[in-house]
Design a protein around this ligand. Structure first.
Ligand code: GSH
Length: 219
């Protein structure tokens, strides 16, 4: 089988890239990694070599390109036979919360851009942002109480694609702070201690690149 090659953006800022990277790391899959710096004059040409959509992340597996974070997660779950909860009901809910994250939370994305290693950032709270935060907390509490009571600290007990899809939200909450429920605080603490997350953050710390519009909430 050919090698897996994951092409991602800056680790500090590319929330879409974190999702497949952290899942593949959790699944123990060997993969080559290439970082293409976002928002540079060369970005379009460099990414165009790998990604039909001109966006990152993209996974190359031989001639095959998979150019969407959720599609990559699905693909590696098929390759490894792991990634989704085993129970049909849990799996259906996991797919729902992943799809909801993939297609929603516009206020959270726009107002709290992922800035992995930044701390103590503060932006004005808006009704839309608060509603997104409340909904994330509701999802986490629901998954944990219905499916996460046994088997581990993750949303469905064992690590799943749902945890990978919400990993950038964990970092956003950590950067900007928000009064969170106990379940959310507990989940964030576990997710931040995770060794794959630590590995990502360590690499992000070494990056000196900035992206216009992403460095928000400075006093
Ligand atoms: N739906 C895509 C979105 C990917 C995306 O927007 N990636 C950003 C980087 S974080 C990108 O490539 N932006 C460059 C551009 O839009 O020119 C996914 O889930 O992978």
């Amino acid at each position: 089988m050919s090698e897996l090659h994951l092409i991602i953006g800056n680790k500090n800022f590319s929330s879409w890239s974190l999702r497949p990277w952290i899942l593949m790391t959790h699944l123990g899959l060997a993969f080559e990694e290439t970082i293409v710096q976002l928002h540079t004059p060369e970005f379009k040409d460099e990414v165009g070599r790998f990604s039909p959509s001109g966006r990152l992340p993209v996974l190359r597996h031989g001639e095959l390109a998979i150019w969407d974070s959720l599609a990559i997660c699905e693909y590696v779950a098929e390759l490894s036979g792991r990634g989704w909860p085993a129970g049909r009901e849990a799996r259906a809910v996991a797919r729902s919360v992943c799809a909801e994250m993939h297609s929603g939370f516009a206020n959270l994305r726009a107002q709290w851009p992922m800035n992995a290693t930044a701390r103590n950032r503060h932006t004005p709270m808006t009704l839309g942002l608060q509603a997104d935060i409340d909904r994330v907390e509701e999802i986490w509490a629901d998954c944990r109480s219905r499916f996460g009571r046994t088997g581990g600290p993750w949303l469905f007990g064992e690590y799943s694609i749902a945890d990978a899809m919400y990993a950038p939200v964990v970092l956003r909450f950590n950067t900007y702070g928000a009064p969170l429920t106990e379940v959310a605080r507990w989940y964030i603490a576990s997710a931040l201690e995770d060794s794959a997350m630590q590995k990502w953050l360590l690499a992000a710390k070494d990056e000196t690149w900035t992206v216009p519009g992403y460095d928000v909430g400075l006093k």
